[in-house]
Design a protein around this ligand. Structure first.
Ligand SMILES: Nc1ncnc2c1ncn2[C@@H]1O[C@H](COP(=O)(O)OP(=O)(O)OP(=O)(O)O)[C@@H](O)[C@H]1O
Length: 327
């Protein structure tokens, strides 16, 4: 549904040129939620803005729903953009218009006749669960309600693709959770494809099927969440399940075990004890049901001199667990 090939964008301001996006390839399948995560300045916003061509890339191709946007002139591009909705971190609502009128304004801009607008606005507000606040102004709405208006407005043109720029970053955890549920529901209900940028691991956990970690304009890791988590040395696993500083446990060696996908089974601990006579201590850990898979990481301490140690670790790796010495 979205295909990005060899994308590059450099800004030439005062001082050094900054290559914000430095050769990115990305495919998002229809109905998939793809998250790009990374710290501030990694190039996430620039990448997103290149997808709807608010920013013209210097190199590379962007194809959305089989239309190559990078090949279009401005007039055709304007039409193609209607197939791409955009949700913003700070909602970008018009303060002088009610929730209903904010959504209606998007329809007006698209040239939808006045007599059709009211019914469509009602339908959109219902979709985001905001029918009872239709007449409220943005200042009278909570952050979550404002974002619901933002989402309704983004869906006004019946887009097949939604771009989300930190949609939940300004919201508290409960509201974030409700908005993530709403977005997940919309992918199922409307068959939407979502490309989102975020710095919140919660968004990856609750919403994303696939993810890319962006650093200095490049993807350092990308793929389906369940597959990335089960890859040895996965940065994503470390980011989602941070285990903190490594303590010293006298006489023991510490290992970080990653469980994901089919190996969501924690009986391995009792297996290590029973079959290899290892005294296992759990030092830190978290296991959760994510949208993409059941996954987690455990830091365990094993006696360094135990005869069964090498066999036990070999067996864990053979069973598909990620096993690394804790660092
Ligand atoms: N219009 C611009 N002119 C000059 N430099 C820019 C412009 N837009 C972005 N940059 C630079 O490009 C780099 C990437 O910025 P970008 O906003 O894409 O990163 P980001 O990962 O989205 O960060 P944040 O989450 O803070 O927005 C930064 O070094 C930024 O200063």
């Amino acid at each position: 549904m979205i295909r990005i090939e060899g994308l590059r964008k450099t800004f030439y301001g005062r001082g050094h040129p900054v290559t914000a996006v430095d050769g990115v390839d990305l495919t998002v399948a229809e109905g998939e939620v793809f998250g790009v995560v990374g710290r501030s300045g990694a190039g996430k916003s620039t990448l997103l803005r290149c997808v709807n061509m608010l920013e013209r890339p210097d190199e590379g191709r962007v194809t959305v729903d089989d239309v190559e946007l990078t090949a279009l002139r401005e007039d055709r591009l304007r039409r193609a953009r209607q197939g791409i909705g955009m949700v913003h971190q700070h909602f970008a609502l018009l303060a002088s218009r009610t929730a209903a009128d904010n959504v209606s304004f998007a329809l007006e801009v698209m040239g939808v006749p006045r007599r059709e607008r009211a019914a469509r606005v009602a339908e959109l507000l219902d979709l985001v669960g905001l029918t009872d606040r239709a007449g409220a102004y943005p200042a009278q709405l909570s952050g979550g309600q404002k974002q619901r208006v933002g989402i309704a407005r983004a869906l006004a043109s019946r887009p097949r693709v939604l771009l989300s720029d930190e949609a939940t970053s300004a919201l508290d955890p409960d509201t974030t959770s409700a908005i993530l549920n709403l977005l997940r529901g919309l992918t199922q209900q409307l068959g939407l494809t979502i490309l989102l940028i975020t710095h919140e691991m919660e968004v990856v956990k609750r919403l994303c099927d696939a993810v890319a970690i962006m650093r200095e304009g490049r993807f350092v890791e990308s793929g389906r969440v369940d597959q990335l988590l089960s890859r040895p040395g996965s940065q994503l696993a470390r980011d989602i399940f941070p285990l903190g500083p490594v303590p010293t446990v006298p006489g023991h060696l510490l290992y970080d075990i990653t469980l994901a996908g089919p190996v969501g089974d924690e009986t391995f601990l009792s297996d290590l004890t029973r079959r290899h006579d290892l005294d296992v201590r759990i030092v830190a850990g978290a296991v959760e049901q994510l949208e993409a898979a059941r996954a987690g990481r455990l830091r365990i301490a094993l006696p360094g001199s135990a005869p069964g140690l090498a066999d036990g670790l070999r067996e864990l790796r053979a069973a598909g667990f990620g096993v690394e010495e804790a660092r």
